[in-house]
Design a protein around this ligand. Structure first.
Ligand code: SF4
Length: 332
C-alpha cells in the first residue's frame, strides 16, 4: 500500500528531534484518521511518548466540585449560564457545591486505589475562597505523594500562589478550540493564566480540546502549534461531549481515532520535551458534579472499580503503572 512520503518524513524527523512546521501539521491534518498515514504517525508518536515518559501510564482522577451557573458560557457545557436549567437539580445538600466531606472522601478513595493525580474541577461561578477550602480539604485527606490538580477559572498570580500554598502542585488550563467565539473567555486572559501558573511554580497540564467534526484545519493547526510554548508536563487531545440542552448538543464529536491522531500530531510537535500525553499513557476516571450531563455514579465501590479498570487498561496497552509519579517529571 502506498504511503505519502512527506508524512513519513515529517514523522521520522520529529522522532529525530525536528518538530513539524505549521505547514507540516496542515499536511498531516489533510489525511483522515483511518488512513495508513495516520497509522504511521500514531505509531511513531507512541514510540516518542513511551520514550518521553519512560513508558509510565498514569491514572488521573477528577472530581467535579460544584455546579454553579458559569459566566464563561462555553457553548458545549451544561453549567454555562446560557445553557443552565436550575430545574435539573444541580444542588448537593441544597447548595450547588459538592460538600467538603464528600470531596475529601472521594479523594481518599481515589488515593487508596492508586490514582496518580486528583483534579478538582470547578466552574468559574464557584467563589474562590470556597475553592481554596476544597483544595485544603483534599490535601488533608490524601497522602503527601498524591498530586492535586486545580482546574478552575482563570487565575491571578495571587490566586495561583494561594492554590499552590493550599496544596496543589498542578494546574489544568487550555486555550480551547475557538476560545472567545464558542466561549466568553478572552484568549489573552487564558494565556496570562498559563503564565501565572508557571510563575508560581505549578506544573501545567493542557490539551487541544474539544474536538468535533468540521473544525477548520487552520484553527486546529494553530491550537496544536501553540502547545510547546505553554511548556506543559502533560498534554493531549479530547473530544467534545455533546451535552443535552446545550447549544452544541447536535455537533458530532470527533471519533476516538481522530482524537488519537490529533494527539499524535501534538506529540510530534512537542517532541520529547513533554513527558506525558499524546497517544495513550493516561486514563481519566470521574466523580462529582458533571458539566457534560453524563451522570456520574457516586458509589465508592464503583469509583474503585473505575480505577482498577484504568490500571488494567493501561497495563494491557503496554504502559507501566507506577505506585506514585516521581515529582521530577513535573519540572521542565
Ligand atoms: S466548561 Fe468550565 S469554564 Fe466553560 S462554562 Fe463549563 S464550567 Fe464554565
Amino acid at each position: 500500500m502506498a504511503i505519502d512520503q512527506r508524512v513519513m518524513e515529517i514523522a521520522d524527523k520529529a522522532a529525530e528531534g525536528t518538530a513539524p512546521s505549521r505547514e507540516d501539521v496542515l499536511h498531516l491534518l489533510s489525511f483522515d484518521e483511518y488512513s495508513v498515514e495516520a497509522s504511521y504517525v500514531c505509531a511513531i508518536a507512541r514510540q516518542m511518548a513511551t520514550k518521553a515518559g519512560k513508558g509510565l501510564g498514569l491514572i488521573h482522577a477528577q472530581i467535579g466540585v460544584d455546579a454553579y451557573p458559569c459566566p464563561e458560557n462555553c457553548r458545549f457545557c451544561t453549567f454555562a449560564a446560557i445553557n443552565y436549567d436550575a430545574d435539573k437539580g444541580y444542588s448537593f445538600d441544597s447548595a450547588p457545591e459538592v460538600p467538603l466531606e464528600h470531596i475529601a472522601a472521594i479523594a481518599k478513595t481515589f488515593d487508596e486505589e492508586g490514582a496518580h493525580l486528583i483534579s478538582l474541577m470547578a466552574t468559574a461561578g464557584l467563589p474562590f475562597e470556597r475553592y481554596l477550602e476544597m483544595v485544603r480539604a483534599t490535601r488533608a485527606a490524601v497522602s503527601p505523594e498524591m498530586l492535586i490538580m486545580v482546574n478552575a477559572a482563570d487565575m491571578t498570580l495571587e490566586e495561583a500562589k494561594a492554590l499552590k500554598d493550599a496544596g496543589a502542585q498542578v494546574a489544568y488550563h487550555a486555550r480551547r478550540v475557538l476560545e472567545g467565539e464558542l466561549t466568553d473567555i478572552e484568549p489573552a486572559l487564558r494565556e496570562q493564566t498559563i503564565a501565572n501558573i508557571h510563575e508560581v511554580g505549578l506544573a501545567l497540564m493542557t490539551g487541544v480540546e474539544p474536538l468535533w467534526e468540521g473544525i477548520d484545519p487552520e484553527e486546529l493547526a494553530d491550537r496544536i502549534m501553540e502547545i510547546p510554548a505553554f511548556k506543559p508536563y502533560c498534554t493531549g487531545a479530547c473530544t467534545l461531549s455533546p451535552a443535552k440542552d446545550t447549544e452544541m448538543e447536535h455537533e458530532i464529536p470527533s471519533s476516538t481515532s481522530k482524537v488519537r491522531y490529533v494527539a499524535a500530531i501534538v506529540r510530534l510537535v512537542c517532541g520529547y520535551d513533554v513527558p506525558f500525553g499524546g497517544v495513550g499513557g493516561a486514563i481519566w476516571v470521574d466523580a462529582g458534579a458533571d458539566p457534560r450531563g453524563r451522570g456520574y455514579e457516586p458509589d465508592h465501590a464503583y469509583l474503585r472499580s473505575l480505577v482498577h479498570r484504568a490500571r488494567r487498561t493501561l497495563t494491557r496497552d503496554g504502559w507501566d503503572v507506577p505506585a506514585h509519579l516521581d515529582p521530577s517529571f513535573l519540572t521542565r
